[in-house]
Write a protein that binds this ligand. Structure first.
Ligand code: SAM
Length: 253
């Protein structure tokens, strides 16, 4: 059966995917071709966010949950290009991501990267393992990029995010991108129905308001919660690219 990490790798033009992943990926693309631009926009969002956090915001520690199969511009590469001493703990629960984790453990000599094989829902396990790499008395950026829509409401992702935020000190950041239920919903409905049938992970689309509530109690960084290409775009052409994900960054007071 198709799995999201490998389907996403396929959409990005990677080679770490199987026939079932390509079949699901193509079925969704056929129904909604803008998915391809959307996943590229998501990687570009991740890069801009990490560049902002390591640069302007002065963050040196990253907890990247839902890492994905390594591709170009992974979090540690972007962060360490700005601040070579950056420390990154990656977390994913897919065995294929674990198999490729070596590509994430390529920290520069001044920084550190670690990989934790764990489920987003097991916060205590994640925090305990990450504390070997990250100093939780210093600010940490919690990166939840394109993972929360893979967590259904039954697992109470809002409570999990709250627990993560509680574990980091003031001056820390939360970055999220999330598949929307309210950007071009009719045009995307068939693609999501096909993925629901063909892919192991079921996606839970959320409205802008539901995504905003993950940031409750935090100070949103400008421009707030927007379509991801509109978050501090490098140029106005990029800002117009199609994407059905909401994205934002916020700071803990
Ligand atoms: C769409 S990919 C996003 C990868 C990367 N963050 C990005 O935005 O380019 C989602 C990743 O989340 C991981 N994931 C899904 N559910 C998870 C869970 N419950 N715990 C940990 N990782 C999970 C998947 O294995 C996959 O690698």
């Amino acid at each position: 059966m198709a799995h999201i990490a490998r389907v996403y790798d396929y959409w990005l033009g990677g080679k770490d995917n199987f026939a079932a992943d390509r079949l699901a990926g193509d079925a969704a693309l056929e129904a909604y071709p803008y998915i391809a631009a959307g996943v590229r926009a998501n990687r570009a969002f991740l890069s801009r966010v990490v560049r902002y956090l390591a640069g302007e915001a002065g963050i040196r520690q990253f907890l990247d949950i839902g890492t994905g199969i390594p591709t170009g511009n992974n979090t540690h590469e972007v962060a360490q290009a700005v601040a070579p001493g950056s420390r990154i703990a990656y977390v994913d629960n897919d065995p294929v991501v674990l198999a490729h984790a070596r590509a994430l453990l390529t920290s520069g000599p001044e920084g550190v990267t670690a990989y934790i094989d764990a489920d987003f829902r097991d916060v205590d396990e994640i925090l305990e393992a990450a504390s070997q790499t990250l100093d939780f008395s210093q600010p940490v950026a919690i990166m939840l990029i394109a993972i929360l829509h893979l967590i259904d409401n039954e697992a109470n992702p809002h409570a999990v995010v709250k627990k993560l935020i509680a574990a980091v000190p003031p001056g820390s950041y939360l970055a999220i991108s999330h598949l929307s239920s309210d950007i071009a919903p009719a045009a995307r409905a068939e693609a999501h129905a096909r993925l629901r049938e063909l892919m192991y992970e079921k996606q839970t689309l959320r409205s802008r308001e539901e995504v905003a509530s993950f940031f409750t109690g935090l100070d949103m960084v400008e421009p707030g919660l927007v379509r991801i290409p509109e978050w501090r775009p490098d140029n106005q052409a990029d800002a117009k690219s199609p994407s059905a994900l909401w994205g934002g960054v916020a700071r803990k007071r």
